[in-house]
Write a protein that binds this ligand. Sequence first.
Ligand SMILES: Cc1ncc(COP(=O)(O)O)c(C=O)c1O
Length: 365
Amino acid sequence: MKPIKEMMQPHIVSLPGYEFEDPMEVQAQKLGVSPEHVLRMNLNENPYGPSPRVAEALAGFKDYNRYTDPIQREARAALSEYVGFGPEHIVAGAGADELIDLSMRMFLDLGDSVINCTPTFGMYAFNTRVCGGQVVTMPRDADFDVDVEAVAGAARSGAKMLIFASPNNPTGNLTSGERVRRLLELEIIVIVDETYHEFSGRSIVSLVREYPNLIVLRSFSKWAGLAGLRVGFGVMDPEVAERMLTMKPPYNLSKAAELAMLASLDDREFLLAKAHSIAAERDRMRAMLSKVPGVKPWPGHANFVLCQLPEGMGKRVYDGLLRKGIFIRRYSDSRLRDFIRITAGVPEHTDAVVKALQQVMEEAK
Ligand SMILES: Cc1ncc(COP(=O)(O)O)c(C=O)c1O
């Protein structure tokens, strides 16, 4: 038999792995501290966890041996009522990540180009490569918004798809409906990832009624605190949804995930109120950070704050906070080398991270 690697698809053999963070227990162990003494402000998780109704629903869960409904009737009906689109527009999956994968596999042939507006979430480039597509890296403009003229140029050169987040991760900014409309008029497939929608209160989802080339993605990981259970969904043209339901793995949404999603939607007032308080905490943290000499927080509409530091300080600040048991996010991307991203949530964590950052900046003088 020939070497097994020669039987793999070449683009899989050369695929760079997704850059992920070790689980907190592993990171804490490396630091020599116990996980409960660590502040986890690096993954944009919801520190409050899910609705109490999720735990109640799962405590009574008995159907471990049963498969879910492949066409997700109950889940899509509940999501339909939440998002204000008929169930024929909706497909649910294992997080927004699975919807990114399904959308790309539906439209991409080997070698097709996908426009990726950087800096942004790493899954877009990664998943394009998994599908054997070509990543066309398109830097965002000075305000970190999607550069319509540059995207139009790439579309003219034959790019098939554009994917971007609004609010974007890690820059936190929104792309306006008017700009999204101009992008849709380019007649390429446009995927708008609204994973952080509930912290911004803004959405371009209504454009799905006008543009069959638009897919909007949402997640239950952030506002509903279900990152570990994997729940997301997409809103799209009914013809696209029908094909996506046909091509997806039949039981992609687990029974437990479905139950948790339904319980979260039942308790949405509670969860949305929490999301609003996280957004308020984000604004309070930004105001506090703006008073730390040398730190420039950017405006943003998600559950985190991106901060610019003096040149060369990104790694020093990251390491300094790490030594104090505070995990934040830093970047290898050249444009973000001097930036850090801090997840917002619990007021005591805000106070602790701002105090620690003040000390680190002081020591670095
Ligand atoms: C922009 C963006 N999209 C999608 C995801 C992943 O969402 P999910 O957990 O629903 O797969 C993340 C996670 O951080 C994200 O930042």
